[in-house]
Design a binder for this molecule. Sequence first.
Ligand code: GAP
Length: 464
Amino acid sequence: MADPVQNSAAKAQHKNLNDLATMVSLCKRRGFVYQSSEIYGGLNSCWDYGPLGSNLKMNVKQAWWNAMTRRDDVVGLDAAILMAPMVWKASGHVDGFSDPLVDCKKCKQRFRADQLPQALEGACKEKENCKGAYLTEPRSFNLMFKTFMGPVEDASAIVYLRPETAQGIFVNFENVQSTSRKKVPFGIAQIGKSFRNEITPGNFIFRTREFEQMEMQYFVKPGTDDGFFEKWKETRWNFYLKLGMNSSKLRFKPHGPGELAHYAKAAVDVQYEFPFGWQELEGIHNRSDFDLSQHQKFSGKKLEYFDEAAKEKYLPFVIETAVGCDRLILALLCDAYREENSVDEETGRADTRVVLGFHPEIAPIKAAILPLSKKAELTEPALKLRDGLAREFAVQYDDAASIGKRYRRQDEIGTPFCMTYDFDSNTDHKVTVRERDSMKQERIALDQVETYLRTQIKAKAIAF
Ligand code: GAP
């Protein structure tokens, strides 16, 4: 079967994403991400993942989880969002987790003092005569969300929504170490929601007030921390390359002495070049023994590790890798996006193909099953094929519109393979499999399709 799309491939020119609005619109239109509570006018900086977005998110989390916990030296944890309030006193969040906030008395908007004067640009509604002239003195604004535990809403009932998942790991260090019988060096990995009452959220799912983190704390003997810090930098860099990300859009940005968080001895960001500039994607920190020693002090419980080989006790140092799942999804979407402007050689018509070139492992749909016509002699066996493949893969059945349009729909959501069931299929028992990036087609026997898909996806699997 001739692919009407394949003819236009030869003269294709690629254009990458250069504005965020295009991605926001694609995400809404195709069911990746919607504004939260949209029918009520939306809730600022909160987003919901649609049918494709939730699949994508699950795949991203799975890739990270596998990369971390299939190692022999890292185990998993799923701690509660609500924790004893003293945890946040010990961690320094109650006293120190704040941004400097200024109010404009004229336009009533709020800005982060450390982002002035750029934050005023285009933001102040009174910019003609305001321009920062009416700003209050900076005051400290704590970013933790508070709520009450139990029926009485008084100060003794205040609990916080965790602003990072890390503390769930530190307070469970002893539990996990003794039950998993891991010896230092070893790590604990966790994926979960975190909440920060950001003063200036924005850029779609880049900075939100509710987000998901994927964090790993690696406990090491003091003195070996610098070496492990370097190792984890390399491991995390390779993770992004294995996900198929463009290395020219990734870079390390070390923190200078004045930029270090209160807990950090050393820190480096993995930055990604988003359409709005280079920004932090992941933080890699040497947290020294700050957290364990704080929790030891505040809880009164000994958290030292006994090193049997060396017959010595010590508080381990911690190397932390922390990436936001939503932020990584935005980076992956931006990185995967391309427009191919081409000229159809038969008709001479200008044509644009939008492709999300996802790595097959994270693509929300692995294969689309497309009967060439809506006749039952094609749709019935095509649905049977769909049902068989769906036992192992996320697949989509589509029988609406021309085959060219259906290919385009799948390209735009990043589906690596399209399988067309045509009139020959009933006699030769084969389907045409079209690969997303090359648009190459081959006939594959129906009883081999499952193995084909498995092999193709496995061939590109992210090896750990
Ligand atoms: N435990 C260390 C920690 O939380 P962080 O640099 O504050 O470090 C780690 O956060 C990662 O979490 C960031 O690199 C970013 O990917 C993500 N993140 C932080 N704040 C976020 C927000 N408001 N919205 C989305 N992602 C966020």
